[in-house]
Design a protein around this ligand. Structure first.
Ligand code: GRF
Length: 216
């Protein structure tokens, strides 16, 4: 079967991009990375893509007079590369409603919290402040509202006494690197459907046990 072609949008270090590159290196993985686009020329992820022989493009948002014009350039590059699924991986620009509607249910994001808790940039600080026992990460389809849209997959990560933002971010990032390739696999295998705004997964493995923190 033909592999699902991914377009990955980044702005920074690209560790989630790397997780997808590593997953796609397995010949049995059902998706391949067609194009990596960064809005920043100095994004570390560009070197990761180049090292893996993946096509890259820098499309600086500052070169465009409006968000609409910038998003139109992204859209054109993705379509020219034959992309079937767009993955936001640390892409630090808000996309227009027109862009997200044009890629409806073919545009996903990873966010470092258990949505709908702790939207926005400072999710780790918000989790620490709230004193939750678990945070984690969420892979979701993108809708025009920030950090919203049907949830595909979540991973729960415990908070420890004495955690600071860096410690929590590092623990969650490990879970992100497992979650994003898994979510892409589920989509590429055709097992993900959005029904009335809720994601249904065909033949998923669902762990039955509850997690307890502390003393799980
Ligand atoms: C990740 O924490 C991701 O959840 C968030 O931005 C960060 C990107 O990290 N959206 P990286 O560039 O993938 O290393």
């Amino acid at each position: 079967m033909a592999k699902l072609k991914l377009g990955i949008l980044i702005s920074g270090r690209g560790s989630n991009l790397q997780a997808l590159i590593d997953a796609a290196a397995d010949p049995s993985y059902p998706a391949e990375i067609a194009l990596v686009i960064s809005n920043k020329a100095d994004a570390g992820g560009l070197a990761r893509a180049a090292a893996a022989g993946i096509a890259t493009q820098v499309i600086p948002h500052k070169d465009f007079a409006s968000r609409e014009a910038f998003d139109a350039a992204l859209d054109q590059a993705l379509r020219a590369a034959g992309v079937g699924l767009v993955c936001l991986a640390g892409f630090m620009r808000l996309l227009t409603a027109g862009f997200s509607e044009g890629w409806h249910d073919r545009l996903i994001n990873i966010h470092p919290s258990l949505l709908p808790s702790f939207k926005g940039l400072d999710s780790h600080a918000q989790a620490l402040k709230a004193g939750v026992r678990f945070s984690g990460c969420t892979v979701h389809f993108v809708r025009p509202e920030m950090d919203a849209g049907p949830i595909i997959l979540q991973a729960a990560v415990p908070l420890h006494d004495g955690d600071d933002e860096d410690a929590l971010a590092a623990r969650i990032l490990e879970a992100e690197h497992k979650s994003y390739p898994l979510a892409v696999r589920l989509i590429a295998e055709g097992r993900v459907k959005v029904v009335d705004g809720i994601v249904r997964i065909a033949d998923g493995d669902f762990a039955a046990a509850a997690l307890l923190n502390p003393l799980g």
